[in-house]
Design a protein around this ligand. Structure first.
Ligand code: S3P
Length: 169
């Protein structure tokens, strides 16, 4: 049995903010899969994408999830927005813990990521159009692999955490 909580959702949905707060409140360990990869590779996500390509990064994501399954208990784990896209990872995420989908609207995601330079997939000519296209593909996948879905628009961190708490009862 694992008591891990696993946060999934699109870039800018608030996974890191909510994950850190939740872990803090319950004195749990907090792990961010992007940070984990950056530490292991001694390189930023942008540099990994640029030097080795997205496919290499996706393989690292699968490796990280497998390692966390073996090593972690009672942790809050925030995952990169593309983590559940591989079918293999969907199964692994379910083994890692209770999967929570933090669902945000296009508008609130756009507000949070519009000035971001650290997310390689959004460094393109029409990032807004890209987000719309990606959400269309990804939202059903996040929903499918999650045990719990929390809509985060117009909610405070405390409200979101309290919805998660009630859903876990
Ligand atoms: C990605 C999301 C990013 C990071 C990478 C790819 C994605 O993580 O893993 O840039 O495919 O959605 P965040 O969701 O933490 O921004």
């Amino acid at each position: 049995m694992t008591d891990n909580l696993v946060l999934v959702g699109y870039m800018g949905a608030g996974k890191s903010t909510i994950g850190r707060s939740y872990a803090n409140k319950y004195n749990m360990k907090y792990i961010d899969t992007d940070d984990y990869i950056e530490n292991h590779e001694h390189s930023s996500i942008s540099d990994i994408f640029q030097a080795k390509g997205e496919k290499y990064f996706r393989q690292l994501e699968t490796t990280v999830i497998s390692e966390l399954i073996s090593n972690e208990q009672n942790a809050v784990i925030s995952t990169g927005g593309g983590m559940p896209m591989r079918e293999e990872n969907q199964i692994l995420l379910g083994k890692l813990g209770t999967v929570i989908f933090l669902k945000a609207s296009m508008e609130s995601i756009w507000d949070r990521v519009r000035n971001d330079t650290k997310r390689p997939l959004l460094q393109c000519d029409n990032p807004k159009g890209r987000i719309i296209d990606m959400l269309r593909v990804r939202n059903p996948i996040y929903t499918k692999c999650a045990d719990i879905c929390v809509e985060t628009d117009n909610k405070s961190i405390e409200e979101i955490i309290s919805i998660i708490e009630r859903s876990l009862l």
